[in-house]
Design a protein around this ligand. Structure first.
Ligand code: NAP
Length: 272
């Protein structure tokens, strides 16, 4: 499993992590087995949020991490409505309780809401000083949001920006990604498999992925994940509650696509 430095942190994180959105709707035992299998396979960046199942998913993750916590780069998120100074401190305590741990590796503002960023970031810094979180970041920020955030927090304070990034939702000029690379902010792509809407064989998109996958002895989803993590500073967090699916996804962590394969994928998924 390829690992790389996570933004400004002195920590290596696997390029392929594990998302947990909507896991509360899956069979609980299967979800727990899948999380543990993912960790065993090196997908140790586990992403969750207080929002997911209104805390139910953090509870599932907490149960899954019994005996695994030390191996995991654990991320959770505060809901923007809670993200006042005091609200952020409270929300973090609740997440820690549900996750049955005494620290998060990463704590994110889920998206930019109406609370002043100064307050949220001040709370993040206090949580960091208290050892409750090791690092903090943001999610769903565009370039102007990030510029504002850097003005407040300074360079090097924001560990990552977690944003929508899949084969259909990407910027051909990589504007946000290049901005993150320049400012040493990890670029974490979410919904890399289109939240389940993944191209099937029988069309140009699906057939292209299938052809590359067959030549490489992996699956189309693994090819997509390798494409999405091809740039330095990029990470992805596909969600799965299935052992077989997790095993398939983990193989992307050892797959480096060549120029021709990247060009073929970009031709099959043209962007306006
Ligand atoms: N910051 C944000 O605002 C934000 C927003 C959305 C998501 N996220 C994070 O990003 C994570 C990933 O995004 P996502 O959950 O939207 O979707 P995703 O990872 O793009 O797709 C997940 C879907 O793909 C299926 N799947 C996974 N592997 C598969 C395989 N090998 N074969 C067939 N189906 C497979 C999963 O079903 P199975 O479970 O049955 O495998 C699930 O239905 C989330 O879980 C969450 O942690 C963050």
């Amino acid at each position: 499993m390829l690992q790389r430095r996570f933004g400004p942190l002195e920590v290596d994180v696997p390029v392929i992590g594990l998302g947990t959105w909507q896991m509360e709707a899956d069979d609980r035992d299967s979800a727990i087995l899948a999380i543990r299998r993912a960790i065993d396979l090196g997908m140790t960046h586990v992403d969750t949020a207080e929002l997911y199942g209104r805390g139910a998913v953090e509870d599932i993750v907490g149960e899954a991490l019994a005996g695994y916590r030390a191996e995991v780069f654990l991320a959770s998120k505060v809901h923007p409505d809670q993200a006042t100074y005091a609200g952020t401190l409270r929300a973090c305590e609740k997440s820690l309780r549900r996750l049955r741990t005494d620290r998060l590796d990463l704590y994110l503002l889920h998206w930019r809401g109406s609370q002043p960023l100064e307050e949220t970031f001040r709370a993040f810094e206090v949580l960091k000083q208290d050892g409750k979180i090791l690092a903090w970041g943001v999610s769903n920020f565009d370039v102007s949001d990030l510029e504002h955030a850097i003005d407040i927090a300074g360079e090097g304070a924001i560990a990552c920006n977690q944003v929508l990034y899949n084969l259909h939702e990407r910027d051909p000029d990589h504007v946000l990604q290049v901005f993150c690379e320049r400012h040493r902010i990890a670029f974490v792509g979410y919904s890399p498999l289109g939240s389940g809407q993944f191209p099937r064989p029988g069309g140009v998109e699906g057939d292209t992925l299938a052809r590359i996958a067959s030549a490489r002895g992996v699956t189309a989803r693994a090819v997509a994940l390798a494409y999405l993590t091809r740039r330095s500073g990029a990470f992805t967090i596909p969600k799965s509650s299935s052992l077989a699916h997790v095993e398939e996804l983990a193989r992307a962590g050892d797959l480096v696509l060549d120029r021709d394969e990247i060009a073929e994928i970009e031709a099959a998924f043209p962007l306006a």
